[in-house]
Design a protein around this ligand. Structure first.
Ligand code: PLP
Length: 470
């Protein structure tokens, strides 16, 4: 092997952080793979010294504590999995609260009411009556029948209970659907900004996430032609979400009709319709379910659940309606993943669907009032404008007029004012210029948050203006 002037740069200084050893080794290996040659002797010696010095530092510093370098080989698909910032910000807010800081929490998408009393009783009764064992993997039949009856009542559709599987939250059904449809070399179309699970789980499946924009100008609905124009021979599925997280927009019926018409030319493309907020809808709007399109039935996956509508986020109960061709795969995934949903919870799910709906109505009425308060307050803030949410329980104001980036505003409001909310970029790149505030919290908390945000913006925007003039 001839002499090579290698470019596999090796940091020489002692005390360089040990975690950098691996990238360094990878660069050496990369150099070798590219050139087919080893780095020069000087670099190899430098690398040896560097490794020895840093392992000594590591050994001295890590007595009794966990080692900073993992030798475990982790599957590369893990690098494609994202996360939900709501949980990270919540943890930060809780950590700040633990230090005594006053925190107003508007970051988590979780109802602030208890589940209906008859639902809790049904769950307790199921435990008392001995429902402790595994149930059928797709869910107990009476629950799937109750779901079918509920869908018939609400949307006048006939769904065979054998097409339904019950999952520990609708998120699990979403995960299953995208693992069934996506693989390396395929594409899945999804909204942006949107629930972060879409992009993350598509990427995890190996498929390429292809975003379509939801724009403020159209009330955060989509343009059917724009979505259809993103279809390629690699497209496997399109995800729709209405009412939507984080925008609280609902999809325009005319655009939906045009999308479904356009999809007639693409009979091999599945549609995943996430309707988890379908019961939380304001101003007399009625939710329009994608189940209503008979022509989509053999390729529609409908997702819904109890988390938001019945205030049961921690019970982990959701479901999917699958086309015939996919049910057996959904059941196989359930068997391999969670076996079945908590047995007693499924009885509570029946009570929620079949019992009185007045608690759900009362929650929606309360959120509607809070929506009016938060939107009015946001619209009065300097540099902020806000569309009126049509469903769900999130305000998604445009903050581009404040001069702050979304992430900067999120972090400064948390650290300086103790207001926990989410940057629009937690929901995709097109969330820049927006923040998300959940108003599933008390009116007092909402008013306190508005007061603090106003104080922050007035102080800081004036400081910035003065700096700009000077
Ligand atoms: C749009 C959307 N889909 C799905 C989920 C998951 O809900 P769950 O798994 O609790 O049913 C959420 C939760 O925030 C959501 O906002």
């Amino acid at each position: 092997m001839g002499r090579v002037v290698s470019r596999a740069a090796v940091p020489r200084q002692a005390g360089y952080h040990p975690i950098h050893i691996l990238p360094c080794l990878q660069r050496i290996a990369g150099f070798r793979a590219k050139s087919g040659q080893l780095p020069c002797a000087g670099h190899i010696i430098a690398l040896r010294d560097f490794v020895l010095i840093n392992f000594r530092i590591l050994r001295e510093n890590s007595q009794g504590s966990e080692c900073a370098i993992t030798m475990i080989k982790i599957a590369s698909r893990m690098d494609r999995l994202g996360t939900e910032s709501a949980f990270e910000i919540l943890a930060k807010a809780q950590a700040l609260a633990a230090t005594g800081k006053s925190i107003v929490n508007l970051c988590i998408g979780q109802p602030d009411f208890p589940p209906p009393a008859h639902v809790i009783e049904a769950g307790q009764r199921a435990i008392a009556e001995g429902h402790h064992g595994y149930s059928a993997a797709p869910g107990i039949l009476p629950l799937r029948e109750a779901i079918s009856a509920d869908l018939h009542r609400r949307f006048d559709v006939a769904i065979d209970p054998s097409n339904i599987t019950v999952t520990p939250g609708s998120k699990v059904a979403l995960f299953f659907a995208l693992q069934m449809l996506g693989e390396i070399g395929s594409e899945i179309i999804y909204p942006n900004p949107a629930y972060p699970g879409y992009e993350s789980i598509i990427a995890f499946s190996g498929a390429t996430p292809v975003a379509y924009p939801l724009s403020e100008a159209t009330g955060f609905s989509f343009d059917a032609d724009d979505v259809l124009s993103r279809i390629t021979p690699k497209t496997r599925a399109i995800i729709l979400n209405s009412p939507a997280n984080p925008t609280s927009g609902i999809l325009d019926r005319g655009e939906l009709d045009r999308l479904v018409k356009g999809l007639e030319q693409h009979p091999n493309i599945a549609v995943v319709s996430d309707e988890i907020y379908s019961r939380i809808i304001y101003d007399g709007h009625a939710h329009f379910s994608l189940l209503s399109y008979e022509s989509l039935r053999d390729r529609l996956i409908l997702l819904d659940g109890w988390s938001k509508s019945f205030s049961m986020t921690g019970w982990r109960l959701g479901y999917a309606v699958w086309p015939k061709a996919l049910v057996e795969h959904a059941v196989k995934l359930a068997i391999n993943c969670h076996s079945c949903v908590n047995n007693a919870t499924q009885f509570a799910g029946i009570a929620a669907l079949e019992g009185p709906q007045d608690t759900v109505q009362a929650m929606v009425t309360a959120w509607s009032e809070r929506r009016n308060i938060i939107v009015k307050g946001l619209r009065e803030l300097p540099g902020v404008r806000c569309t009126m949410p049509a469903g769900a329980f999130y305000a998604f104001p445009n903050i581009s007029g404040t001069g702050f980036s979304s992430a900067n505003l999120q972090s400064r409001l948390l650290n300086e004012e103790g207001v926990a909310l989410l940057s629009g970029t937690s929901f995709g790149s097109l969330g820049e210029g927006y923040i998300r505030l959940s108003y599933a919290t008390s009116t007092e908390q909402i008013e306190e948050a508005l007061h603090r945000i106003n104080r922050f913006l007035v102080d800081n925007m004036e400081t910035r203006r003065a700096a700009a003039v000077a």
